[in-house]
Ligand binder design. Structure first.
Ligand code: NAP
Length: 280
């Protein structure tokens, strides 16, 4: 089964590497808008062949995986589907309802063989140089359309565990557990910039707490711009809860309620420790 990957960055590149190193039978072809990324992907053994156009990528492919920032995904899916009605199209975008809505705007009720997907794995790095063959090992990949064993097999070969969610539930969950933490990490760095009167002095004293908390604020700005804008409603909803949590902690400090503050911190620590234990 031949796979074509559009976007040879962290996620597309890691998928190509994983498939090639884990015995996927079939060609892995790649296409990237940035020529240097395509060449680098070839050099790193991420793909067998580099396509010069979308038409070339789709030719002979059984599955096409779209691995570019969210707002560029719907157009590419529609373009691929108009090159071939047979090819199975899937993607890795971090937001799902937006992509489905945009596709429908463009094609109406015309059927497209599209399996919305989202691997729950990643790092703050980007580009083909950041690709890792074992990025998906033991990690979940969420699909929003059943009935395509080929896509399940592709992810299982890459080491992932397939789960199904409907698009709205997906977007709500990831607004809370992924998009909100990124929003908060970016905001925290910005808050310190705003607080600083003497910039050098503040940032000169940051240590591991700052580094651990803000690692994800080094993520790709285009990718996160797209996620924040396309999952706006669910993110704004989770921000209401975040503000309430801030207020709750703040009021305990203002009231100097030693007992309640310690109790709340203890409860939060317990939840965090338990949740982290379950992460592979
Ligand atoms: P990335 O490392 O920046 O890779 C994306 C690649 O696609 C880049 O080479 C980019 O080139 C290229 N590209 C952009 N627009 C294109 C287009 N229209 N046609 C062809 N190629 C194009 O990003 P990534 O981290 O792999 O993220 C890709 C997708 O995975 C996003 O939708 C993201 O939401 C999702 N995702 C990311 C993570 C994560 O942790 N990073 C986790 C799960 C899902 P340029 O550099 O020139 O733009």
């Amino acid at each position: 089964m031949n796979v074509g990957i559009i976007g040879l960055g962290l996620i597309g590149g890691s998928l190509g590497l994983a498939l090639k190193q884990r015995g996927w039978e079939g060609e892995i072809k790649g296409y990237d808008a940035k020529e240097v990324h395509g060449k680098k992907a070839l050099e790193l053994g991420i793909i067998d062949n580099l396509a010069g156009s979308l038409e070339e990528l789709v030719e002979g492919a059984d599955i096409v995986v779209v691995a570019v920032p969210v707002r560029a995904i719907p157009d590419l899916i529609v373009r691929v589907s108009s090159i071939s009605r047979e090819v199975i199209i899937t993607d890795v975008g971090s937001v799902k309802s937006y992509i489905l809505k945009e596709i429908q705007k463009r094609v109406g009720n015309r059927y497209i063989k599209y399996v919305p997907g989202h691997p729950i794995a990643g790092t703050e790095k980007s580009g083909p140089g950041a690709a890792e063959a074992d990025l998906f090992e033991g990690k979940r990949v969420v699909l929003c359309q059943r009935g395509f064993r080929e896509v399940e097999e592709m992810w299982e070969t890459a080491g992932a565990i397939v789960e199904y969610l409907d698009p709205e539930t997906h977007d709500k969950i990831f607004a809370a557990v992924s998009h909100l933490p990124h929003f908060v990490a970016y905001s925290l760095v910005e808050a310190i910039v705003m607080m600083e009167e003497e910039k050098d002095a503040f940032f000169r004293f940051v240590a591991s707490g700052f580094r651990d908390f803000t690692r994800i604020a080094s993520s790709d700005p285009v990718m996160w711009r797209d996620i924040f804008l396309t999952n706006k409603k669910a993110i704004l909803q989770s921000l209401i809860f975040f503000r309430n949590a801030l207020d709750k902690l703040e009021s305990l400090i203002v009231m100097e309620d030693e007992e309640k503050l310690e109790e709340l911190l203890r409860d939060i620590k317990e939840v965090r420790d338990r949740v982290i234990k379950g992460i592979k």
